[in-house]
Structure formats: structure tokens, C-alpha cells
Ligand binder design. Structure first.
Ligand SMILES: [Zn+2]
Ligand SMILES: [Zn+2]
Length: 99
């Protein structure tokens, strides 16, 4: 069988996540190294907010349901230039998506 390679797809349930923070969240949950840059204001505590991110790995299985979905609860700092983030895997399941 032909091995299909697909990059995961990322969906943010909360549409207000900025481009900078979207990239931070994607880097973190996909296992990339995130540097520990902090905003100077964060010396006195981060300005955190929460969102939910969904990672879909397409065509992981030969038979339906073929795709796999991971759901993460994410807490991150809203300040520009701060890479503070923590996340928890809250769901993992196969989904009907691609055929
Ligand atoms: Zn911060
Ligand atoms: Zn799919």
C-alpha cells in the first residue's frame, strides 16, 4: 500500500487566537522546541488565557474511520513575545473525515 504523508491540520475552537499565538501553540503541541522567551511584564506573572486546539492527522488508517483527532486544552500567555504555554491532551479518537 502506498504510504501517504500528510501534515497534521490544526483547528482553534476559539477564533480569537492571534497568528503569533497560533504558531506557538502548534509548535508546542506538535513537539517542536519552544524557546523560553518572556515578556518583561511577565516577571510579575503571566496574563494567561485558555483555548482548545484540535490536531487532525489525516489518513492514519487504511480502513474507515481513517483519521485521528487529538484535542488539547491549552493555557498560554496573551502578551506579545512571551512563549509561556502549557497544554493537556483531553481527547484522542479516530474520526470519519477522509475517505
Ligand atoms: Zn507571559
Ligand atoms: Zn481526514
Amino acid at each position: 500500500m502506498e504510504k501517504e504523508s500528510n501534515n497534521p491540520e490544526y483547528i482553534f475552537v476559539d477564533g480569537r487566537v492571534s497568528a503569533e499565538k497560533s504558531q506557538l501553540i502548534i509548535d508546542a503541541i506538535s513537539g517542536e522546541e519552544v524557546d523560553t522567551t518572556r515578556n518583561i511584564l511577565c516577571l510579575f506573572g503571566h496574563s494567561t488565557t485558555q483555548t482548545r486546539a484540535i490536531e487532525i492527522n489525516h489518513r492514519q488508517y487504511a480502513t474507515a474511520p481513517r483519521c485521528h483527532e487529538n484535542t488539547y486544552d491549552v493555557t498560554y500567555c496573551t502578551r506579545s513575545g512571551c512563549n509561556y504555554i502549557s497544554y493537556t491532551l483531553t481527547g484522542s479518537r479516530r474520526i470519519y473525515c477522509c475517505t
